[in-house]
Design a protein around this ligand. Sequence first.
Ligand SMILES: C[S@@+](CC[C@H](N)C(=O)[O-])C[C@H]1O[C@@H](n2cnc3c(N)ncnc32)[C@H](O)[C@@H]1O
Length: 284
Amino acid sequence: MHSIFSKDLHLKIADLLSPVYSKDERETLAFHLLENIFGSSRTDLLLNSAINISEEKNDSLNLIIDRLLRNEPIQHIFGEADFYGRKFKVNEHVLVPRQETEELIQLIVKKNTLTTPKILDIGTGSGCIACSLALEIRNSEVHALDISDLALDTASQNSNALEANVTFLKCNILNEEIPESAFDIIVSNPPYVLDSEKKQMHQNVTDFDPHLALFVSDEDPLIFYRVVAEKSKKALNTNGKLYFEINEKFGSEVKTMLHDFGYSDVYIYKDLNGKDRFVSGICS
Ligand SMILES: C[S@@+](CC[C@H](N)C(=O)[O-])C[C@H]1O[C@@H](n2cnc3c(N)ncnc32)[C@H](O)[C@@H]1O
């Protein structure tokens, strides 16, 4: 066992991560390791408190640094991700929830005027959208579907752990009908990264996030949007709202498509990075 000041350990970890991560990334990662391995808080770091390092903790620190240097996402290493103020279990079967998707929750919650909306989340993955909406809109009735049994299993573990009341269904949205109707809100963050964009992506995404959750073919990049928009016309109530998270390249195409299907009040919203990221429309 030896002792080290937290600022020194933070710096040492950040240095070890420098071959793979930017300054901001490695400082954040180093803080996560202090927190998760040594139980050290931000205040401990500010106060530069001493940290006791046992041989066992030292071994697990080195092991985790190796995994990070091989581009494994920290969320997979610790098996959890923060999303909208809550912890979600994640694994190789689900997409690690993204910050943009938190903005989608914020948008839906802000725009909602109903006290007991019936909501459907298509392509639920970890269940982050469905569980967050169920918890943020307290008297909502939330349903969520996915093609993957293993994703649904993870999502239902998350809903149990968070005490979010969500009904999960297995469904391949591309060739099955939406198995319920009379929804007030349908939301989907479907696969939207083009196969051709794979090459430009960080290895910690392409090697660890499930490809089923990410990629669509360049030949038909809007397939999920078209199918969901069409099927949602039948499954939404009049004045029900459809929300999509989108690939920033396709804002105007998705907007035109929703108009063509007869949706009204179609808007494109930008994410915090100023990129077209969400589209909504009203079923009239
Ligand atoms: C981009 S991920 C979104 C996950 C989660 N909703 C989120 O925002 O983090 C897309 C999800 O769609 C699911 N999916 C892919 N093809 C599908 C299909 N044909 N029918 C239903 N779900 C599908 C994937 O399994 C994956 O969980």
